[in-house]
Unconditional design. Structure first.
Length: 242
């Protein structure tokens, strides 16, 4: 279990002070990997001031243009979300989220993703995540700023990490595919369904969205995904022969 392999990913953040405050929240809980996806502001002196003693986390932040770039190597990605979405996705609470992050980080990088201050993550971005996490705040006043949300979830993550150090290692040695491998599978699946006519290109509907939800919920292991890719390849060959 390695906190160093847990990434905090901020998408399109508007205010540099929020980035600095997030760096501070992370360091107090022992996390250091900060990823900034297309930030709408500079990481400036205001960010450094609010980072306080966490300027090392801030200075080592990785800046990328797309969320897919930030999570490409991650076998587990959890996105922060409200529960009221047009299409429901597997949900976890903060403690379940923390447990999954800590367990997943034992075998490689994992990511916890936070959206824009005013609008959160888009549905397309949320569909890149294996799970969604919702902080059960007061329904009459559920206003949490970005740094507060990061502090809440990183605290739970640290507690799960400390709890895990006191227990025997889990015997589950499953290896899961990276986000990039899963994305390639979805591309292969959609291409195959187009070729067979199952998806009508002019009227694709919600087929791929629902299938992504299905496979995210099932979370196939690395070998299982290879089997699925092999099935698709077999269908491709059969379609070409016809």
């Amino acid at each position: 279990m390695a906190l160093e392999d847990i990434r905090i990913v901020l998408v399109n953040t508007s205010h540099s002070g929020n980035i600095g405050s997030v760096a501070r929240a992370m360091k107090t809980m022992g996390l250091s990997k900060l990823y900034l996806v297309n930030p709408a502001c500079e990481v400036d002196s205001h960010a450094s001031a609010l980072a306080a003693g966490a300027t090392d986390v801030l200075g080592n932040a990785t800046i990328v243009s797309e969320l897919s770039d930030a999570i490409a190597e991650c076998a587990l990605t959890i996105g922060t979300s409200a529960r009221s979405r047009t299409l429901s996705w597997p949900m976890v609470d903060p403690r379940q989220c923390a447990k999954k992050l800590v367990e997943g980080s034992a075998t490689g990088p994992v990511a916890l993703v936070f959206g824009r201050e005013n609008s959160g993550l888009t549905n397309e971005e949320l569909q890149l995540c294996n799970y969604h996490v919702c902080i059960p705040a007061n329904p009459e006043y559920s206003s949490l700023n970005l740094a507060m949300a990061v502090q809440t979830l990183t605290y739970e993550t640290r507690m799960a990490f400390l709890d895990g150090q006191e227990k025997q290692p889990d015997e589950d040695d499953a290896v899961y595919p990276s986000a990039k491998q899963v994305a390639l599978f979805y591309e292969h699946l959609e291409s195959t369904l187009n070729d067979t006519g199952f998806i009508i290109k002019q009227h694709p509907g919600m087929v791929m969205t629902k299938l992504k939800r299905l496979f995210n919920r099932a979370r196939p292991e690395d070998q299982e995904l290879n089997i699925l890719r092999g099935i698709l390849t077999s269908i491709n060959k059969s379609t070409r022969n016809k």
